[in-house]
Ligand binder design. Structure first.
Ligand code: FAD
Ligand code: FES
Ligand code: FES
Length: 1073
């Protein structure tokens, strides 16, 4: 057979191999060949979930049809033989109506920029259909580790999906029932229901009977084998050099060196997929990790296989659902064989129970290997055929661990598996201690295993003996390369100096120290991208930018064109957070250069890795300070020198930015402050703005200082803050009192103290932060409103960029309100540099309001023209028609500029109280609860504003915890340059209990319709997590005998390595009880 066949949304496609390159993924095929752009792509590594689609396929062994999700960026398109693929277009759309999952996600505000949404919907769709539409809320919660959303903060997405669960919280179910215009859940059958999947050709059995599929491209060969014998026949014919077996192809997401000349697809080899139980549990090497989990679940009640429950839990932490659905046991093991440094969890589990791994050679000879021997085996020209898990009686105890940077979908920082054979007296007869990622070469801690033999397992002397032996075994690992951030000859520029106006004399406490905030990558789901086509006079660009005007100027400058001949259009942007303010111009210029040179359209979508390596981020911030405070904690003087890492150029330095210095000097009385702000040039890429630039650093530093004073003076942290409050913010006193009451601060603080006294290896902390966030209007921004005489519909174009913050919704609301028409009369169009020339960048949270203001003015003008035609009882449509007949211009526009319209700056108050629990032994933490209070004025759309607050806050949590950018010291090269290594928070990292409250009866006199900005402020409050973790570290250190008289400086972000280093555990203090 020389072709493959598959369907996409019911349409059949055949490929002979020559149509695609050796590397073409299903994602590229969907987007570039079929032009199904609903399926997105971001990381191309299985790390973000933007590309997830649903697949139905007949299982080679059970012959039953099963439905599962896959990351289309990992799957090779030629692997899709006999697959029935459903993409988001196959579920529903505006034309045919939305699928209930899509509709509910929207109704629950689970979508902001929308770029991640198709992936989430397809993930949920596959999960729901696979489970026969019977899911529990807990299953839903755990199943989305492979999906990143940078906008929403996850809660609304999870709520939307959990509302489909059989045990959905009654509140969610009621909300789902109330959601307007939702299709009936019966409509879930649209798309395909489990029984409906159409069968392609004659099915899998017939395909296998037809024999090997052989496809030929220009430079490559692709084979699909159905038997082990087939595999070796192909290898004999093609040779083993530049030849690769392909099972799930998910290894591409971890180690990718390009496609081989010959690829042999083994996913449908029946012998390799078989799982059965005899004396052992035999799992075919091509069984997926999902199947391995299913087998663990199936046999864990068997008395000889109780340990499989532990395995199941561990496997649930391996990758995520879509990778596990097609990623195989054999693929994982082969990766470990080739890259011993890969901290494979699958290998670790097999090593723990001393499973047998069977390898077959070209003569079909089988070799049974122990895990240790397997690592030494040369796999060239061989096939891993199966693994066998041994029965372990009740005298065996198995425990496995995985410590990772975030709750799900992260490589193990350390993983471990322990097996103890214990006799009736509780003494260890034999022990297996397997480790991953401790140091190259150490898989088993044999000395520690020996040290445990003959000792009572649950006794302190056994623990101490094992720890001593482990320390000796790990000693060689201590010399392992540690990396730190690049610092290759910085250049320093003094940007800001503030002289103190007075010096207080009542100094009781003198403190000095330093404080830092790490860098952060924007990690927008849509990477930098641009499409450019030559026009008669110049170029037309569709750019994913926050600033079309900047793109226009940059492209015109690079290509020496007139600005008027460069048209830039932007419909909406898949997340930006400042990363597409100026940096999108770089991508646009590269794309425009190619289009201009070649005279034909060009498209550029910068891969995540290139973006991470080459483009700027939020720069690091470091401050040193000294201060004097009185007995009440009131600052008598504060001297600060702070430094911002600008990367290789000084542009966009937050030091120079007004907001930073304003924030440092605002909420707290600052007449005793002496400040010096420096911009530092380093060898990193030029840094740029990132959500809440300057304000994040300024607020964090001041909140840190307040916390330090509270600790030094032994005063209540709220009281210290209030003692330092600037008189201009007296308003905050009531806010703080109410907030303290509402979040039950005092009672919970006592409970935290009690918990810490009762628990040695888990520590809690409760910390609060306050915020004063300045918002300045910027401009110019223009708005054009047009009414159409045919049906009275209204179109609106504005100069702001919709990137998930809901600017289009707010503009439409204001327009409908001002014109007195229903909201659905108004459509909002994209932006372009012709209708909205010379516009300012959409950033700083204030654009929505500025555009809303301009919309009001434009609508007022349109109304003024229509008013003469209004008569009692006349519909809007008739008024428009009459005006049209009279020759009235039905298009009005308005350009606003703060200096023309006297738009006033204003501020946003906020407070946060956050409770964290630290696992002292692993350094991992959970945020148990976070209360956020924000003064949003009279919110134009509370649903949007809650989403903005939560999204910003969760991004802030990432900034202070898991998002760590690590550079190689010698070269400055970024080492954490992939979704595998750089970890923004996932769905399970958000606060377990997140409560957002807006100030009641608030109206912002300086804002549009009384509203306030919400996009950025909540991010700055998230420093509470760093303060809380700092406190848990101090509590933990007490357990190891440390007496911390001095403040402990801890370098942020609070990754688990940082936390454990700061705790510096002393092994002799480890006790079992
Ligand atoms: C986002 C992401 C997160 C991940 N997280 C984890 C994690 O937390 N823990 C962990 O352990 N792993 C993790 N992985 C790795 C994952 O488990 C492996 O990618 C997967 O198991 C590989 O299986 P595959 O079938 O896709 O292999 P493929 O990609 O098809 O193949 C990988 C290699 O194995 C070879 N190979 C495949 N099958 C065989 C066979 N039967 N005999 C001989 N050689 C074979 C191939 O030739 C290739 O060289 C993650 C992967 C991704 C993409
Ligand atoms: S693009 Fe496929 S997971 Fe990110
Ligand atoms: S809505 Fe999820 S990334 Fe924007």
């Amino acid at each position: 057979m020389d072709k493959i066949v598959f369907t996409v949304n019911g349409d059949e496609y055949t490929l002979s191999g020559s149509e695609v390159s050796p590397e073409t993924t299903l994602n590229e095929f969907l987007r570039d060949h079929l032009h199904l752009f609903g399926t997105k792509a971001m990381c191309h590594e299985g790390g973000c979930g933007a590309c997830v689609v649903a697949v139905a396929h007949t299982h080679p062994v059970s012959k039953e049809k099963e439905i599962f999700s896959v990351n289309s960026c990992l799957v090779h398109v030629l692997s899709c033989h006999q697959w029935e693929i459903t993409t988001i277009e196959g579920l529903g759309n505006r034309r045919v109506g939305y699928h209930p999952l899509q509709a509910r996600l929207a109704a629950f505000n689970g979508t902001q920029c929308g770029y991640c949404s198709p992936g989430w919907v397809m993930g949920m769709y596959s999960l729901y259909e696979r489970a026969g539409r019977k899911l529990s809320a807990a299953e839903v919660e755990r199943s989305f580790g492979g999906h990143v959303c940078r906008c929403t903060g996850y809660r609304p997405i999870l709520d939307a999906f959990k509302s489909f669960a059989g045990d959905a919280d009654p509140g969610l179910a009621a909300r789902a029932a109330r959601a307007p215009g939702l299709p009936d859940v019966e409509d879930l059958s649209r798309g395909c229901a489990p029984g409906d999947w159409c069968v392609i050709g004659a099915g899998a059995a017939a395909a296998a009977a037809a024999g090997v599929v052989a496809l030929r491209g220009d430079r490559h060969r692709w084979y699909k084998a159905y038997t082990v014998k087939d595999v070796f026949t192909i290898l004999a014919r093609e040779g083993t050099s530049d030849c690769m077996l392909v099972a799930g192809n998910t290894g591409k997401g971890v180690f990718w060196t390009g496609a081989a000349r010959v690829q042999v697809d083994i996913a449908s080899v029946e012998e390799l997929r078989e799982c059965r139980r005899d004396a052992n549990l035999c799992l075919g090497a091509a069984a997926s990790l999902t199947e391995m989990m299913d087998q663990c679940k199936k046999w864990q009640t068997d008395s000889d296989f109780r340990y499989l429950e532990e395995f199941h839990q561990h496997l649930d932490l391996v990758a995520h659902v879509s990778v596990r659905n097609i990623g195989t046991i054999g693929g994982n093991l082969a990766m470990k064989n080739k890259h011993p440094e890969f901290p494979s969890d699958v290998f670790l589990l097999l090593d723990t129970v001393q499973a047998t791994i069977t390898v077959v050679n070209s003569l079909l000879e089988k070799k049974e290997l122990s895990p240790a021997d397997f690592l030494l085996e040369d796999l060239t020209g061989k096939l891993i055929s199966k693994v066998e898990l041994p029965p372990l009686g009740a005298d065996n105890l198995v425990r496995t661990y995985k410590v990772m940077a975030r709750a799900q979908n992260a490589v193990a920082v350390v993983n471990a598996g322990f097996l103890f054979r214990v006799d009736g007296a509780g003494e260890v007869r034999a022990a297996t201690l397997a480790f991953g990622n401790i140091c190259a070469g150490l898989q088993r801690a044999r000395r520690a295993e020996e040290a445990l033999r003959g000792r009572r397992l649950c006794a302190d002397d056994a623990l101490q003996a094992a720890l001593r032996a482990l320390a000796a075994e790990l000693a060689p690992a201590r010399g392992r390369l540690r990396v730190s951030d690049a610092n290759l000859g910085p250049q320093v520029r003094l940007d800001v100096t503030v002289q103190r106006q007075r010096r207080g004399l009542d100094v009781r406490h003198e403190l000095a120290g330093s404080f830092n905030m790490g860098a952060q990558y924007h990690y927008s789901l849509e990477t930098q991208s641009c499409h450019c086509e030559p026009t008669e006079r110049g170029l037309r660009l569709r750019s994913a930018t926050q600033w079309p005007d900047r793109v226009q100027q940059a492209v015109a400058g690079v290509l020496r064109l007139r600005a008027a001949d460069v048209q830039v259009e932007t419909r909406h942007v898949g997340g930006a957070y400042g990363g597409k303010a100026s940096r999108s111009a770089l991508a646009a210029c590269a794309c425009a250069l190619a289009a201009a040179r070649l005279g034909r359209p060009a498209r550029l979508a910068l891969p995540l890795r290139d973006g991470l390596r080459a483009l700027g981020k939020r720069g690091e911030f470091e401050a040193t300070y000294s201060l004097g405070a009185d007995a009440a904690g009131r600052l008598q003087r504060l001297d600060v020198e702070y430094y911002c890492d600008c990367g290789c150029s000084f542009n966009e330095s937050p030091v120079g930015a007004v907001k930073m210095i304003v924030v440092l000097r605002s909420l707290y009385a600052s007449d005793t402050f002496q400040l010096k702000g420096y911009s530092v040039r380093t060898d990193k890429p030029s840094n740029t703005w990132c959500r809440a630039p300057g304000t994040a650093e300024g607020t964090a530093l001041m909140e840190h200082i307040m916390e330090r004073i509270a600790l030094a003076t032994g005063r209540d942290p709220f009281e210290v803050r209030l003692a330092n409050l600037a008189p201009a913010h007296d308003d905050m006193r009531d806010v703080v009192a109410a907030f303290r009451r509402d979040c039950d601060f005092d009672r919970r603080l006592l409970a935290v103290d009690r918990f810490n006294a009762d628990n040695a290896w888990r520590k809690r902390a409760l910390k609060a932060t306050l915020m004063w966030y300045p918002v300045d209007a910027a401009g110019p921004f223009n708005v054009v409103v047009a009414a159409y005489h045919g049906d009275g519909s209204v179109a609106l174009a504005h100069a702001g960029i919709e990137m998930g913050q809901g600017i289009n919704t707010k503009a439409a609301q204001v327009c409908a309100h001002e014109l007195g028409v229903p909201l659905d009369t108004v459509s909002v169009r994209g932006t372009d540099t012709f209708t909205s020339p010379n516009a300012m960048v959409t950033s700083g949270s204030s654009t929505s309001e500025t555009v809303a203001f301009a919309t009001m003015q434009a609508c007022k003008e349109l109304k003024r023209r229509l008013d003469p035609f209004r008569k009692d009882g006349m519909t809007w449509k008739c008024v428009v028609k009459e005006a049209y007949k009279a020759g009235v211009d039905l298009q009005a526009s308005y350009t606003t500029h703060p200096s023309v319209d006297k738009l006033k700056p204003y501020s946003v108050y906020g407070a946060c109280c956050l409770e964290v629990e630290l696992d002292v032994l692993t350094g991992q933490h959970v945020v148990r609860r976070a209360d956020i209070f924000e003064d949003t004025g009279f919110s134009l759309n509370p649903d949007i504003d809650v989403g903005q607050v939560e999204g910003a806050f969760v991004m802030g949590l990432g900034l202070w915890t898991s998002e760590h950018l690590v550079h190689e010291p010698a070269s400055g090269r970024l080492l954490t340059d992939s979704s595998w290594l750089y970890k923004p928070p996932g769905a399970q990292d958000i606060p377990r209990d997140l409560r957002v409250a807006f100030r009641r009866n608030s109206r912002n006199a300086a804002g549009v319709l009384g509203s306030k900005a919400t996009g950025e402020p909540a991010l700055v409050l998230a420093v509470a997590v760093a303060l809380a973790l700092h406190h848990t570290i101090l509590e933990a250190r007490k357990e190891f005998g440390y007496v911390d008289d001095e403040w402990l400086h801890i370098q942020s972000p609070y990754t688990l390595e940082t936390i454990l280093n700061a705790i510096s555990p002393k092994t002799e203090y480890f006790k079992l009880k």
